[in-house]
Design a protein around this ligand. Structure first.
Ligand code: ADP
Ligand code: MG
Ligand code: ZN
Length: 631
């Protein structure tokens, strides 16, 4: 969770708490007024009895006190101390018809209630809300590791300024490099750290200095956290995990205190690993802007000084992970801090297959399952996505009452992870279904006719929970790392194929192509600003990637005039792709009709079925106009 959200919850919290106290005091306090107690002298009481004002009187034998109420002032309780040797009181009360009794109980319990309601209750509510918010925040963060701070220190007593010893725990992780598939380069870089942690003396003897810190950088879900744990597991040392966002505290000074405490603990348990997940939350560049976060800076400064200060001979290694290395403060990356940067990239084809295999070991599978096809269908998937695919497949098998996962379960769960669950509640009209069928067939045909495009493996018009009404899946036969300009152009054309088919057949556009348009524009923009692939600008980097690992957009680094030209160039590229798609579909319009009709009936067809239909020579010359072309 970022600072902003946290601060918002904090503000919300304070508002609720204040509202609660105001409400309590405006409702409860006036009521309590009725139970107001007035202390009076004994003599005054006697006067009131004599004047027949007293309604009811109680002797409190425990406290030796008398409390009474008056006939015309029922909401005030009078109190006085019993005069020891007054034997006449009872007679006097009888004489004036006062209702009197004796009680053991202390009548001041009303006062207790008052204190409880006006002070105790708000405090309970305060703490309760704090606890609740804390839980919500934790849930929002998906935190499973050591607990966050805010509830623990929040109660009535102490805690606020104290460091948070409980929050970080060293643990043996039980994860080893065997649990991490692929990522061989990253593992290799970490090997040295493992061997240092195993035998720090060996390094000390020679006088070698081991890295104090290493920074794991890469997109989310690629196994950074997993690998940090594996290092601890391999070396058999304790593992202190804390997330950067946990440092950014609601109370100034807490974050820094936590850092100090964390390193103190690490120092006691050395050799060990301190793992700071999402370090960008604390490690953002310190800047001069007005809304700079003092708390964060203090925490960062503390972290830097701890890293400089600790005794490296003992064997403390600080690992950190981030998917926004570009936002980190340069001070963090200086020698002696996180000077080693270990890229953890998205897995390639072999990596994906290996990851699938590892996770497939945990579930029961039918013999002869081909994980390769799954790996090929999931370019760009992270390790976490792949683990999720296996799990979804297992869930599906259970849902269908099977004991083992089948190939079909796997392929279906690829769709689920890529496009979302099938959505039964979306009922398309006949016409809409027809439009979607033509749209998807359009993509498929444009892809199939262009050499550089990945083969189609599946076309479906079953609506998905992600909002997609259908999709066409293409799978590269093998991985390639360079994209040619021709391929990029073909990709744009393929993306335009859906809309082009709609236009061609129905002479109308629908909103169904919005995602395609967005993607096509992205590709075109990258061609112009990043890859120097446009004729107009040539090899000039006009843009700056905002966030490499999070797929952040581009920031144009050029003059306004040029920016306009860039837009025009992007538009031109997309339009070119659109025209290509239109032309291809015009050339193959019989196939378009045939396959779209078939798809409408079947709802899902495989790539093989599609290719068979597409390449079958059914006696018509593809370019010969037919009757329904008049449409
Ligand atoms: P990150 O910290 O990079 O966001 P995680 O380490 O939290 O990613 O990975 C999430 C999950 O994805 C892991 O618990 C693991 O199940 C799976 N995973 C990711 N990468 C791999 C990998 N290389 N090998 C095996 N499992 C992986
Ligand atoms: Mg992580
Ligand atoms: Zn589309």
């Amino acid at each position: 969770m970022d600072d902003k959200k946290k601060r918002q919850s904090m503000i919300l919290y304070v508002i609720i708490a204040i509202a609660a106290i105001v409400a309590l005091n405006s409702v409860v306090y006036p009521n309590m007024q009725r139970a107001t107690v007035k202390d009076v002298s004994y003599d005054q009481m006697l006067d009131q009895v004599d004047e027949d004002q007293v309604e009811k009187l109680v002797f409190n034998t425990g406290s030796n006190q008398i409390t009474y109420t008056l006939k015309d002032e029922a909401n005030v309780t009078y109190r006085t101390t019993y005069f020891p040797n007054d034997n006449t009181l009872v007679d006097r009360l009888k004489q004036h018809n006062v209702n009197f009794s004796a009680k053991q109980e202390d009548q001041s319990s009303g006062l207790w209630l008052y204190f409880l309601l006006s002070y105790g209750l708000p405090i309970i509510i305060f703490v309760g809300i704090g606890w609740w918010l804390n839980r919500r925040m934790k849930k929002a963060m998906g935190e499973d590791g050591p607990s966050m701070s805010f509830g623990s220190g929040f109660g009535m007593g102490g805690g606020l300024g104290k460091s948070s010893a409980k929050e970080v725990k060293g643990e043996e992780t039980g994860v080893t490099f065997k649990d991490v598939a692929g990522q061989d380069e990253a593992k290799e870089s970490l090997e040295e750290i493992v061997s240092f942690l195993k035998k720090p003396e060996k390094y000390n003897e020679i006088g070698a200095r081991c890295p104090r810190g290493a920074l794991l950088v890469g997109p989310p879900g690629t196994g950074k956290t997993l690998m940090a744990k594996a290092v601890a597991g391999e070396a058999g040392v304790p593992f202190f995990q804390i997330s950067g966002s946990e440092f950014v505290e609601m109370f100034v000074g807490r974050g820094a205190a936590k850092v100090r405490d964390l390193f103190k603990q690490a120092n006691e348990k050395a050799p060990c690993i301190v793992f700071i997940d999402e370090i960008d939350a604390v490690g953002k560049k310190r800047d001069m802007s007005i809304n700079s976060n003092d708390e964060r800076e203090q925490t960062l400064n503390q972290l830097l000084s701890e890293m400089d200060g600790f005794d490296n001979h003992k064997g403390i290694v600080v690992l950190a992970a981030t998917n926004r290395p570009e936002t980190l403060d340069p001070a963090l990356l200086r020698p002696g801090r996180f000077d080693r940067r270990i890229p953890v990239e998205l897995p390639d084809l072999t990596g994906r297959e290996a990851i699938l295999k590892i996770h497939a070991n945990d579930v029961k599978m039918e013999p002869g399952i081909d994980l390769g096809i799954v790996a090929r269908s999931t370019p760009g998937a992270s390790g976490a996505d792949l683990a999720n695919i296996i799990n979804e497949a297992a869930l599906r098998a259970v849902r269908n009452g099977r004991k083992r996962v089948t190939q079909e379960d796997l392929l279906e769960s690829v769709d689920v992870v890529i496009a979302g669950e099938k959505k039964k509640s979306t009922v398309l009209s006949q016409h809409e279904k027809e439009v979607v069928a033509y749209h998807e067939t359009g993509h498929a045909i444009v892809a199939a006719t262009q050499k550089g495009a990945a083969p189609v493996t599946k076309i479906t018009i079953v609506p998905r929970t992600s909002g997609a009404l259908g999709f066409t899946m293409q799978v590269e036969e093998d991985e390639h790392f360079l994209t040619t300009r021709t391929e990029a152009k073909q990709k744009i054309a393929t993306l335009c194929g859906g809309r082009a088919a709609e236009e061609l057949i129905f002479g109308e556009m629908t909103t169904g192509a919005s995602n395609d348009i967005e993607k096509a524009t992205q590709v075109a923009r990258a061609m112009v600003t990043q890859y120097g692939m446009s004729d107009k600008f040539g090899m000039v980097a006009l843009g700056q990637q905002r966030s490499r690992y999070l797929g952040g957009g581009q920031e144009l680094a050029c003059s306004d005039g040029t920016a306009q030209e860039v837009d025009a160039e992007v538009e031109r590229l997309v339009e070119e792709g659109h025209q290509t798609a239109l032309k291809i579909l015009k050339d193959h319009r019989f196939k378009l009709h045939e396959i779209a009709h078939y798809l409408q009936k079947k709802e899902t067809i495989t790539g093989d079925e599609f290719m068979k239909m597409f390449t079958r020579d059914d006696g018509f010359a593809p370019n010969l106009p037919r009757v329904d072309d008049a449409k």
